[in-house]
Design a protein around this ligand. Structure first.
Ligand SMILES: [Zn+2]
Length: 263
């Protein structure tokens, strides 16, 4: 599996992706908003884009479909319940469905509601797994829920599906929000030295050559995986006495999600 992370340089800080089979040059485009850039990269590499996967229905993820389809005839894949929200979907997918790219690449669909209720993440079946996480999981952060999503569903997705991923899984998110998210982590957990060091190391990073985090790193720097951190819990309990002294993981997650919105 060859992965190209494509930095759009737009105001929303979108990442687009091409996933190619090294044997055949067949490629899948994930959320190819900047379709001209995606088509250009495919051309340079000698790849043929035959499929598009939209992680979810928001326009900054689907807006490039038409351009790619027009140029390549690629088939559009999205969550089975997104068919009336995304134009011209050729294949609706659900949990456990497999998307094949060329001869060698297999990508498993995870049904990951929360950011929206029709959100798909892709998990590669490779020696080192990769998760294409759309707007569900960002580097050091989680997707918002205020445009068709639900925070309780997002918690369940984190708790039951993302937490279960192997430590060496590489995260390929839909946006570059690393530095903002790390700042939120430090706001919630001022003694998180790993997050503090990462800000220093990457404050001037070029998003066109972005840090790729692993799940092991996410467990250290992402507040939404740190619901048991004594500092996170104590700080929340102090600020929001209604949570009580010993809030459960769900209550902590929901309060963090709410705080992140206004932060
Ligand atoms: Zn979105």
């Amino acid at each position: 599996m060859i992965v190209e992370q494509i930095w759009t340089g737009n105001a929303y800080r979108n990442f687009n992706y091409l996933i190619a089979c090294p044997e055949t040059g067949d490629a899948l485009a994930i959320d190819p908003l900047d379709f001209k850039k995606c088509l250009g990269v495919a051309k340079d590499k000698g790849w043929t884009i035959s499929q598009i996967l939209n992680t979810h229905e928001h326009a900054d993820h689907t807006g490039g479909n038409r351009g790619v389809v027009k140029a390549t005839g690629a088939k559009v894949i999205a969550h089975m319940n997104a068919k009336d929200r995304i134009a011209n979907v050729d294949r609706g997918v659900g949990a456990g469905d497999i998307i094949k790219v060329g001869k060698t690449v297999e990508l498993e669909c995870l049904d990951t509601p929360g950011h929206t209720m029709c959100h798909i993440c892709l998990l590669s079946h490779t020696d080192q797994p990769g998760l294409f996480s759309g707007d569900t999981l960002f580097n050091a952060g989680a997707g918002n829920c205020h445009n068709g999503g639900h925070p309780v569903e997002l918690f369940d997705t984190f708790e039951t599906q993302l937490e279960a991923l192997d430590d060496d899984t590489v995260i390929y998110p839909g946006h570059d929000y690393l530095l903002n998210n790390l700042a939120f982590t430090l706001d919630r957990e001022p003694d998180n030295d790993v997050a503090r060091q990462m800000i220093k190391d990457y404050e001037n990073q070029d998003p066109a050559d972005a840090l790729l985090t692993s799940m092991a790193q996410e467990r250290e720097i992402n507040t939404f995986f740190r619901l048991q951190s004594p500092t996170v819990v104590a700080k929340l309990a102090e600020e929001f006495p209604e949570l009580g002294d010993n809030p459960d993981a769900r209550a902590v997650f929901l309060k963090l999600r709410e705080l992140r919105n206004s932060w």
